[in-house]
Design a protein around this ligand. Structure first.
Ligand SMILES: Cc1cc2nc3c(=O)[nH]c(=O)nc-3n(C[C@H](O)[C@H](O)[C@H](O)COP(=O)(O)O)c2cc1C
Length: 389
């Protein structure tokens, strides 16, 4: 049977993240949507991130007197109204003006945290002071030591308690959509320019007020007369740290007094090394399928990592979570919380802060319903006994 989906542009009518995705697709030009949507090379990792959930089947408990299930939990000393954190994503300002702030405000209103990327378009100090206790900072560990140290200093100045160090970009993944949509960095090809012109609402909202948004946390590394998005992209190109290794993690551990989370772990051996390096948490992730293609998904490796180190650090996982039940599956398999990337970006592209709030509301409602149907009253009751092995 062919499935029907909502086909309008009102994000409030989207009944699922998939429908919100379709609204987002209509509201932004294709080069922007493809930037959000795409994976590396043949997108095998990307597809795997979704497929894995279909292979996990529930064994629900019935007649459990569930009442209204409670989603609140605690992660690394932080209260979360639901077991989610918004993942770091770069260039959110291309989807909505001050997109990072819109994501952060919606997250805070929902009682969860937001991770600001190194390559975001909003200043970490400004955001951290506006939303104390709700902003995490993600660090791309730059080749230039002093630059990485400055970012860490600014995250501390912002009052952030969580530093997420992304470990899986010793080289940029092959994102072939870039080659299709641009003729050179930040210069769109003719087909993309014509598509942009077909999206006047996006042009008016995002581009006309100030052009392509700058990388607000990189400005101090750029010359005063060269702080455009293009200069930021060029600077990033010079900073990819191909020699990143565990000695860098030791260095970050010394520099950062707050909670240190390593994002990019995909095997038990590295999870043990993260414990030895003094990390407080790890994110099991294949970077949303954007780095190594044909990589295992975070959820696939979760049970063995949880068995090995689950009582020694916090385990987060991401990649392909599109339903509340997906989140519950990860918790049942041993995760402490889930990071979401694209679902809230779809909300952002479709309707700014209100769109993000809609995405979070959909996931919350689905989690609550699935908890009840599973026979669970709260997060601690989720466990491997609910999953057919
Ligand atoms: C558009 C986009 C930009 C991203 N930028 C970053 C980034 O700046 N830093 C980072 O650590 N991860 C980045 N990621 C990866 C996400 O943090 C996260 O691992 C991934 O999106 C999770 O998968 P999901 O989108 O299926 O939820 C990005 C992902 C997307 C989709």
């Amino acid at each position: 049977m062919k499935r029907s989906y909502y086909s309008g542009c009102d994000f409030r009518r989207a009944a699922s993240i998939e429908e919100l995705r379709r609204v987002a697709m209509r509201r932004v030009p294709n080069f922007t949507f493809e930037y959000v949507e795409g994976g590396a090379e043949d997108e095998v990792s990307l597809r795997r991130n979704r497929d894995v959930f279909e292979r996990i089947a529930w064994l629900p408990r019935t007649l459990a007197g569930v009442g209204a299930p409670e989603l609140a939990t605690e992660l690394l000393g932080e209260p979360l109204q639901m077991p989610l954190v918004i993942a770091p994503t770069g260039f959110n300002g291309m989807l909505w003006p001050e997109g990072d702030r819109a994501l952060a405000l919606a997250a805070a209103a929902a009682g969860i945290s937001f991770t600001l990327s190194t390559v975001s378009n909003y200043d970490v100090v400004k955001l951290g002071r506006e939303l104390p206790g709700r902003i995490w900072f993600q660090l791309y560990p730059f080749k230039e030591l002093r630059a990485a140290e400055r970012l860490i200093e600014r995250a501390a100045e912002a009052g952030c308690d969580k530093l997420v160090v992304t470990t899986d970009v010793p080289m940029l993944g092959a994102r072939e959509w870039d080659q299709r949509n641009y003729r050179q960095p930040m210069k769109l090809n003719l087909r993309s320019v014509l598509d942009v012109l077909a999206h006047p609402g996006w042009l008016r909202r995002v581009m006309i007020p100030g052009g392509a948004p700058q990388f607000a946390n990189l400005t101090e590394f750029l010359p005063p007369d060269g702080r455009s998005a293009l200069q930021g992209v060029r600077f990033m190109g010079t900073q990819i740290n191909t020699s990143l290794d565990w000695s860098d993690v030791a260095r970050f551990r010394k520099l950062w007094a707050g909670k240190l989370i390593l994002k990019g772990i995909l095997c038990v051996e590295d999870a043990h090394r993260a414990v030895d390096a003094g990390a407080d948490g790890i994110v099991l992730t294949n970077h949303g399928g954007r780095q190594l293609d044909s990589a295992v998904s975070g959820v696939e490796i979760l049970p063995s990592v949880a068995a090995a180190v689950g009582n020694q650090l916090a385990i987060l996982v991401d990649g392909g979570f599109r339903r509340g039940a997906d989140v519950l599956k990860a918790l049942a398999l041993g995760a402490d919380a889930v990071m979401i990337g694209r679902p809230t970006l779809y909300g952002l592209a479709a309707g700014g802060q209100a769109g993000v709030a809609h995405a979070l509301g959909l996931l919350r409602g689905e989690m609550q319903r699935s908890m009840a149907l599973l026979g669970c009253r709260n997060v601690p009751e989720l466990g491997a006994h609910l999953i057919r092995s």
